[in-house]
Design a protein around this ligand. Structure first.
Ligand code: FEO
Length: 164
């Protein structure tokens, strides 16, 4: 049995992961349209990972016999001028997601819901990795800017994600 407030918080987190998937997909399309195929490919993979995060949480909810309550996914905001502003936004989203995961983890711990706490440990570690990865991309983008040859080199590097 899972407490109603933790069930609701898990369902909210599923929605947050799906919103991230949708946002990264939109960012990917936007950058592809601007010619940045490498950044676009990276964000498409990231979008798929966010959907996996949601699916994993769905498994946590259903394994506990709790109600899955999928919610609407709003249209993502657009208006990015290039990779730099996109990745500034990605880092903000990931930092906000870390805060949500930590709040959920603290709530599970306070409630003595050890099963949820243990399941969420993976998300706590994943957020450390995601923030570090995005921060690194952003550092490199801040160093080279949106213009000039170096950004196209970086675009090529980003496109290597997912290629064995
Ligand atoms: Fe599912 Fe990027 O956090």
């Amino acid at each position: 049995m899972i407490a109603a407030d933790i069930r609701d918080a898990l369902n909210d987190q599923i929605n947050a992961e799906q919103c991230a998937a949708q946002t990264y997909l939109a960012m990917s399309a936007d950058l592809e349209r601007r010619g940045f195929r490498g950044f676009a490919a990276w964000l498409r993979i990231q979008s798929a990972e966010e959907q996996e995060h949601a699916t994993k949480l769905i498994g946590i909810v259903t394994a506990r016999g709790a109600d899955l309550r999928l919610a609407a996914i709003p249209a993502p905001a657009g208006n990015h001028s290039g990779p730099l502003s996109v990745f500034e936004e990605v880092l903000k989203l990931e930092i906000a997601n870390t805060a949500r995961i930590h709040a959920l983890f603290a709530r599970a711990r306070a409630a003595g819901d050890f099963a949820t706490e243990i399941a969420l440990q993976w998300y706590v570690s994943e957020q450390v990795e995601e923030e570090a990865t995005v921060q690194n991309v952003l550092d490199r983008l801040r160093a080279v800017g949106d213009q000039g040859g170096a950004v196209w080199y970086l675009d090529k590097e980003m496109g290597k994600r997912g290629q064995a």
